[in-house]
Each structure stands twice: as C-alpha cells, then as structure tokens.
Design a protein around this ligand. Structure first.
Ligand code: BES
Ligand code: ZN
Ligand code: ZN
Length: 485
C-alpha cells in the first residue's frame, strides 16, 4: 500500500473513492451529505459500521467517538469493506482528538494495514486487493492545525509497525512443515542481509558448548535440529540496552506428556514469541532507533519418539540449576531457562523482556485478547502496560507471590518444571523463569505471556483469524519511548 499526504482539500484530490468517518452523535448533523441514502441503507454510524455508496463513490464508517482505538478498528473495517471491490485509490481526511495528531494518524494507518492482512499461502486462489493507494488530506474536517512533518512521521512509523506485525503474523500462521527451527534462523539471517542488523546462529555444537542442555533435551526427539538466534541492533552511542527473548517452539506436541488431539491443533502458534522478536527487530532496524536492542530466539520443536526427553528426567540448565521434569508439555520454560541464561551472559542489558505462549492458564486468567505481564520490578512492568495501551494491545499484570513459588519445589532436584497445584499456572510458570534470572537483573526483567492473544481462531478488532502479531506493537512503543527519553 502506498500512502500519500497532501494539504489539498479533499474535493480537489483525484481519487476514485472517499472515506468518510461519522461520529455517531453527528449523524443527523447538517454537514453529513447523502443522509437519505444512508438512512435507506440502514446506516446508524455505530462503531465499525460501514456503508459503501458505490454510485456516490463514498464509503461511510461509523465511530463511537474519536480516539486511537476507535480509529484503528474503524479503519480496519473500512479496508475490509473494500475487499473484492475495484477501487484502486482511497482519499481520506484526518480526524483528530485535540492535540493528538501524531497518534491519531498513526492509529489510522496501522488500522488500515492490519485490517488489510490476509494469509493465503495455502489457498489455490489468492485474495486480490485492488486498493493500492491512500491519500490523506490535512485540510478538511480537522479543527486543529496539523503539522505536515508530524503527519508524515506518523504515517511512516505506522507503516513500519503494521508491516512488522503482519510479518510476525505470517511466520505464526506458517505450518510446522514449512517453518521449523532452521526456517526461523534463515528468516533472521535474511533480516540481517537486508539491514544493519547483526545475526549469530547457534547450532547443536555451539549449544552444547554453551551448556544449553535443557533446550537440547526438549529438542532431542525432533528431526529438526534446534537453533538459538541472536540478532542485534547496535547504533553508536546508544543510551539504553534492551534484550528481547522469544519462545520459538515451531511445534508443541506436548512431548511424551502428549497433548490431547484437540489441544494439539493450532500448536504451530507456539513460535509466536520468537516470531514477535523477529518482527520487532525488523522494525527497530527500519526505524533506526538510537538504542541498542538484542533479540534472542530459542527455536525448537517438541516431539515424541524413542529419543524424547522424559518425565522423571533431571536436567541441568545453563546457570547450573537442576530441574526435575514432571511434564514434558511444560517445555517452553525449559527452553527459555537456557536462552535467558545465554542472553544474560552475552549482553548486560538495562531491560529484558521475554515473549512466550507459555501457559493455557494465562488464557484462563485474562482471556483470549490480553497478555499477562509478570516480574519482580515495577518499572519494566509499568513500561509494558503503558506501551501496550498506547499501541492498541491489551495487557494485565499478574503478581508473583511466595506461596505459589513454593509449589515448584522438587524432592529430587533444585526445582520442578511444573507446579504441584492446578491453579495459578501462568504465575508459577513466570516464577519458574525467575529462577533463571541472575540476581543483578531481577528488577530489569518482565515476562510477557502472550498465549491469549497470539493466535485466536476468530477475528477481533483489527486482528484477523489466526496469528495476531501480539507483542510487536506494544514492544515497539516501549522501545520508541526509551529511545526518546
Ligand atoms: N504452548 C503451551 C501453552 C499454550 C496453551 C499456549 C494453549 C497457547 C494456548 C505450553 O507449552 C504448555 O503446554 N503449557 C502447559 C503447562 C502445563 C503442563 C503445566 C499448559 O498450559 O497446559
Ligand atoms: Zn507445551
Ligand atoms: Zn509450548
């Protein structure tokens, strides 16, 4: 999609179709044209309601009120209303909420690109969007002065953010036959080839040398060998250093503690944390933020077989702690234990964030659309919550507590990989990871369980069926904020 920005009044723009947003309470207002036709079509200007008046070359979209969230979903629905139409170009005025020019325009751009997303890699008939151009007019409707430079930057940042989110969605939606650990490593190397990012890939030999034995145990039964990916963005004189760590389980069968068949369906989603880290690194390079960012991905497939790791095994993690395996389906935390250890060894970061589809319990706790945020330090958690809100993602804090922590005790090893109680599973998983965070980093780290929003089998807001790209938008906002401080 090509975006253009002009100060010409909307009527002077040569474009086949005009998009008009109507705030519900203004539907009867004098300035609304085509009232009779809209009434006939049953258009009530409810949030996300669309009405295409083809003969008038106008697409009407309803809004409850003007704010980022409403603009984002309204734009997503507007673009979807044009699926299968022949319109090539769309013109739209800017709609502003007091001084929030930048955020409102960015939300509109993100909504359009996120709403336009389709995944048709496996369809014989590919979807065909004719719409190729959006022209924003800064002249009309807006009661506020709009700065051209600010608007242009909002469009650019919105485009980078949405493209990275869609890039992550593509990875998540790809089948385990087409996306296995090496594929994730190839994608990372591809990103490094196209940008200034550096890329280092650890294969089995290096993983052994690095003593990442818990990760190797999880990977053992798969015909696809594991990889650990390290991408880095290192501008000169960076003020802040951030490490991002992603769970990249390209498939999770549960291992010998095999998942029931219905729960296994969709477990290609288990690479969503790793896919989010790749998407974020892509965007960071494009934005060229003046902060140092490292992306680590533990890319592994959890399978069954004669060589599979077993319940009752005791594994030694990179940091030397011993882990009693009581359930091979709690594999993400084992992989992350070692990747967290490796990330801390390689980079002395000011902040560390991990992304993982870690527990079904997170989905039970906060529902499908929300990520659970955990950790010991208030600051990183608050940064995530604030950034999520600004970005259009949902996030809630789940507090650690010492009573749940005790449920991870093992009789035979330093810690068990599952809790001895069935409740609070998102928190006990987070507290398990905490055991692999070095003392000096305890308050620098936050864990983001994206099991709820990463992959949903229905469309919601500006998100499609399947991979949503959870984590990408929130973390980009967070990194942008750190870069601007
Ligand atoms: N990948 C799953 C978690 C998951 C479940 C993500 C549903 C998205 C949707 C993870 O590896 C897992 O299987 N966790 C177990 C942990 C349990 C064995 C303690 C779970 O949540 O049931
Ligand atoms: Zn699992
Ligand atoms: Zn898993």
């Amino acid at each position: 999609m090509n975006f253009e920005l002009t100060i010409s009044p909307i009527n002077e723009i040569d474009s086949s179709l005009e998009l008009i947003l109507i705030v519900k309470k203004n539907l009867k207002h004098d300035f609304v044209q085509n009232k009779k036709l809209l009434k006939k079509a049953g258009f009530k200007a409810g949030q996300d309601e669309t009405c295409l008046l083809v003969e008038k070359n106008k697409l009407y979209v309803g809004l409850e009120s003007i704010n980022d969230e409403n603009l984002r979903t309204a734009m997503a629905k507007a673009i979807q209303a044009l699926n299968n139409t022949q319109f090539k170009s769309l013109k739209v005025a800017t709609y502003m909420e007091s001084e929030k020019t930048y955020h409102n325009i960015r939300a509109m751009v993100e909504g359009m690109l996120l709403g336009q997303y389709t995944f048709d890699r496996y369809k014989s008939k590919k979807s065909q969007q004719k719409l190729k151009e959006i022209v924003f007019s800064l002249e009309e409707y807006s009661a506020f002065e709009v700065d051209m430079e600010e608007a242009a930057s909002a469009i650019e940042m919105g485009q980078i953010t949405a493209d990275a989110t869609n890039f992550t969605r593509d990875i998540v939606n790809t089948t385990p036959e087409d996306c296995y650990p090496k594929t994730l490593a190839d994608i990372a190397e591809g990103l490094a080839d196209e940008s200034e990012l550096n890329c280092n890939i650890l294969k089995v030999k290096e993983l052994r040398e690095e003593k990442m034995e818990t990760l190797l145990a999880v990977a053992r039964a798969s015909r696809h060998k594991p990889r650990v990916i390290h991408l880095s963005h290192k501008p000169k004189d960076a003020k802040v250093v951030v490490s991002l760590i992603g769970k990249g389980l390209t498939y999770d069968t549960g291992g010998l503690s095999l998942k029931p068949s219905t729960s296994m369906v969709s477990m290609k989603l288990d690479k969503s944390g790793g896919a989010a880290v790749l998407g974020i690194m892509k965007a960071i390079a494009e934005m060229n933020l003046p902060i140092e960012v490292h992306g680590f991905v533990g890319a592994v497939e959890n399978m069954i077989g004669g060589d599979a790791y077993k319940p009752d095994d005791v594994l030694v993690a990179k940091n030397g702690k011993t882990i009693e395996v009581r359930n091979t389906d709690a594999e993400g935390r084992l992989v992350l234990a070692d990747v967290l250890g490796y990330a801390q060894q390689e980079v002395k970061a000011d902040y560390m964030f991990d992304f993982a589809t870690l527990t079904g319990a997170s989905v039970v706790a906060v529902g499908h659309y929300t990520s659970s945020i955990m950790g010991n330090g208030k600051k990183p958690k608050k940064l995530v919550i604030d950034a999520a809100k600004a970005s259009g993602e949902l996030a809630s804090i789940l507090d650690f507590n010492k009573h749940l922590g005790k449920c991870l005790k093992s009789n035979i090893a330093d810690i068990s990989n599952i809790s001895n109680t069935p409740y609070g599973g998102a928190i006990t998983a987070g507290m398990f990871l905490d055991e692999f965070i070095d003392k000096e980093n305890k308050k620098k780290w936050a864990h983001i369980d994206i099991a709820g929003p990463a992959y949903v089998e229905h469309a919601w807001g500006e998100n499609p069926i399947g991979g949503s790209g959870a984590g990408v938008r929130m973390m980009l906002r967070l990194l942008e904020k750190l870069a601007s401080n």
